[in-house]
Design a protein around this ligand. Sequence first.
Ligand SMILES: Cc1ncc(COP(=O)(O)O)c(C=O)c1O
Length: 435
Amino acid sequence: MMRREFLGVATGIVGTANVQFGERSITSSPPPTVRDWRAAFPALSQRIEGHPLAYLDTAATSLRPQPVIDAVAKFYSTDNANPAAALHTLARRANAAVEGARASVASFIGASDPLEVTFTRGTTDGLNLVASAWGDANVHAGDEILIGMAEHASNMLPWRYLARRSGARLVYFDVDDGGRPRIDDLVSKLSARTRIVAFSHVSNVLGMINPVREMCTTVRGPGRIVVIDGAQSVPHVPVNVQDLGCDFMAFSSHKMCGPMGVGVLWGRRELLEAMPPYQTGSNMAHDVGLDALHLSAGALKFGAGTPNASGPVGLAAAMAFLRGIGFDALAAHEQAINRRMLVRLARIPQVRLLGSAEPQHRVSVFSFAVKDRTPLDVMRTMDAQGIAIRAGDLASLPLLQRFGENAVARASCYLYTTEEEIDRFADTLEQLIAS
Ligand SMILES: Cc1ncc(COP(=O)(O)O)c(C=O)c1O
């Protein structure tokens, strides 16, 4: 895509539907750069404490570009209606918008059928859906649920509660001292009673990309499902759910430039059909009489009540935006950010980075502890300089404790992060340590 075209798309001057993956430039215009990408994010034009905002908190939630904000505003300005395929014009438009978004998501993640795409409130909601709907029907006393000890609380507690409800045993597999999943431990903890295996694709603490394809191949088996937490991977790396070989994958719109309050649970169609509904009410069934009903097909069975229609519309716009940038360009940019960050952090002996210090096979997420400074001190010092980072247990206390920490600071970057921002961040860290 040419630079001028990207700016047009990014600022909403041309429709997002024009964004094409892999489109070739036919003139000598320079390709879009991070400066062009940044121009699409209105939040970046503000100052915090007199400093330009450096937003290094994307792993918690990303910023949103103008086309996403416009898509949501357009839905409410024009298509606003409770979606229905065969009613009035606005209802049909709203329905087409949601179903169009479902098809966009299916194509973005390589699903074979849009009806494998359930819109949820986010990753947490999607994982709870699997634990409740599939888990309650298929996991019994004496069964086992195998998950990583490194998981985010949202990929731990739904399984813990399922184990408690069903009488199943929750088993954890370990990571090595570098934070990589220990495949030997995963294999040794697998048993004939294992019904569910769940792990994350990318750690929200370490940023490391786990070998999930290999892990899925290793653990697949009859009567067992494999669930991937894609909250930190889908925003950063191309994901093809069929190629990965999992049964379910959950992710959130708000970490990939889309609106908050919407996410996706992808599941194999045959599993969705065999599962009972999660919540019940309108829209997930038809011909509902006093004693009878017909459940809706595939993912539609999990959409009880009036949907969050603007959410999927905004998510589809976010996916179009990311496609316009392209995952190759995004990966090249994140590699440059990774190199700069790792070089700068390595120069500060008081900083302890958790996990790999290699720029490859990771996204731009960096959790660290600073000698004699609390993570809250680090966060406050950064905030006073207009630099947004996160501090705390990152909803991953067991993993932090595996590294001997109870809390850390985390800087997490994305397509709008510049190398200058990384330098500002590292300079501020050095000044704090020197003070
Ligand atoms: C790895 C991981 N899993 C799950 C979640 C939960 O996502 P959400 O809060 O959008 O439901 C997060 C959020 O930080 C995450 O990083």
